[in-house]
Design a protein around this ligand. Structure first.
Ligand code: HEC
Length: 445
């Protein structure tokens, strides 16, 4: 077993990477036939990819969340998908045209992940309102059924039993619980780990469930007895991803330490491990031929790593640091922009598919007026012009106060010096005749 410090090119038939999001990817899922993939991103979008025969083509870029999109799953049949995000919204998508068939806005609490039952009839969503939300997919609509309550902290992970009768939850209070899907009753505390449960994976057969926790623990629990049946290697940081091949033969864990570990889910031997050179791994999918892991982290693209046959060292063709890393610049305004804005805004004529519109030419622009950008109603209805004063006010009082109902996250710059520096920087960097060295790519260096 070797630990590669760099990635490797990938087995025939699989794409090397999925590029097209404008911010870090939160999740990656493969369709049942593994010819398509779904990704969600910090850029608020969900993308459907064609990955057949090694393609990495965008089939649909789906806009509908008003904050980071955290997780998306195909429904059986592959014609529809569901997604959840930081906006507390659950969306049902028509993959034929990328339209929203149904949406339920539950409030402001984050929803980190979801599970689809075997038949595709039920959905369970993990919410930071300390509950899991249960839905039924009826025709083209999402029908809220009930909330599963009794958690003492955020719910991070959910799973269905194969017969759809039981819903398992993993919460920040360190407990894995089971609920009756039919009436929402708490059945029992399956296992008490103590540290927050971040991720769950029900094992093939439905008698065991694997979990990953904030203390780095990865273990497999026997559901009937509640005992740990297999303790796997700890990550040095919280475990953020856990996935299984469709045949149930391989289980992989990914963590804040950038490690990916792949296990034989029968013998529980560690088959391979890999370290992402660019930080945490929080989204992952394994292919049915056991050859490739798709993984997501700080990058604005999904990477692939060839698990088997193991490839020798090959450098990753990737630029670093990422644009959202802290900039090495003397200009305090450029620094503010790099740290607080660049993950969602470019300064170039193109918005680069980021969550927010490009700020190129923003001074003198009517609020909410960039053609083609999907503004919130709040910004479309607002009636003023962006000037040094209005931009400064935006971050003095906060977007939620200046433009209530906006989908720009709440953030304030309380110091006048910081605001002035940011505005001064934006003034010259967003001018249409700005020199190319002010492009965000340079700021990221
Ligand atoms: C997490 C993503 C995110 C971050 C970070 C962010 N924004 Fe935004 N911003 C948005 C979104 C989304 C919109 C569109 C809001 C809407 O339609 O309600 C927006 C809109 C704007 C607008 C209005 C543009 C227009 O065309 O009317 C300005 C100005 C702006 N942002 C400036 C900034 C600045 C400056 C920063 C950094 C201090 C920043 N934003 C950080 C997501 C972000």
């Amino acid at each position: 077993m070797t630990v590669a410090l760099c990635g490797a090119a990938v087995a025939a038939g699989w794409p090397e990477r999925l590029s097209g999001h404008g911010g870090p990817i939160k999740s990656v899922m493969l369709s049942r036939d593994e010819r398509r993939a779904l990704t969600t991103s910090f850029d608020y979008s969900v993308i459907l990819w064609d990955i057949a025969e090694g393609h990495s083509r965008i089939s649909r870029r789906m806009i509908g969340h008003n904050a980071a999109a955290n997780d998306a799953r195909f429904l059986p049949g592959g014609k529809r998908a569901v997604s959840v995000g930081d906006d507390g919204a659950v969306l049902l998508w028509d993959l034929a045209d990328g339209s929203v068939l149904s949406r339920v806005d539950t409030g402001d609490d984050k929803m980190l992940s979801l599970a689809v039952s075997e038949s595709g009839r039920f959905l369970a969503v993990a919410s930071w309102d300390r509950s899991a939300h249960l839905f039924e997919v009826r025709d083209a609509s999402l029908v809220p059924l009930r909330r599963l309550t009794g958690h003492r902290n955020n719910v991070n992970a959910v799973a269905f039993s194969p017969d759809e009768k039981v819903v398992f939850t993993g919460a920040s209070d360190g407990v894995i619980r089971s609920f009756s899907r039919a009436d929402g009753a708490l059945l029992r505390e399956v296992h008490v780990h103590g540290w927050g449960i971040n991720v769950l994976q029900l094992m093939k057969g439905g008698r065991k469930i694997a979990f990953g926790a904030t203390d780095g623990a990865v273990a497999v629990v026997d559901i009937e007895s509640g005992e740990v049946s297999k303790q796997l290697a700890n990550h040095d940081r919280p475990v953020l991803a856990l996935t299984m091949t469709q045949d149930g033969a391989l289980l992989a864990s990914g963590g804040g330490d950038g490690q990916i570990r792949v296990y034989d889910a029968q013998a529980w031997t560690l088959l391979e491990r890999y370290e992402n050179p660019y930080g945490p791994v929080w989204g992952m999918a394994l292919t049915g031929d056991h050859a490739v892991a798709f993984y997501a982290g700080l990058d604005d693209h999904v990477n692939t790593w060839q698990i088997a046959p193991r490839k020798p060292f090959e450098p990753v063709g990737s630029s670093f640091p990422r644009r959202f890393q802290v900039a090495d610049t003397q200009d305090p305004g450029a620094l503010q922009f790099a740290r607080k804005c660049s993950v969602c805004h470019t300064l170039t004529p193109d918005d680069g598919n980021r969550a927010g519109p490009t700020l190129y030419g923003v001074f003198g622009r009517e609020v909410g007026s960039l053609p083609g950008y999907p503004y919130s109603q709040a910004l479309l209805d607002a009636d003023f012009t962006w000037t040094e004063k209005t931009i400064s006010d935006l971050f003095d009082h906060g977007p939620d106060v200046v433009t209530p109902g906006t989908k720009m996250p709440i953030q304030r710059l309380k110091s006048v010096e910081e605001r002035n520096a940011l505005v001064r920087f934006l003034k010259q960097a967003t001018a249409s005749d700005a020199a190319p060295h002010q492009d965000e790519k340079e700021i990221g260096k």
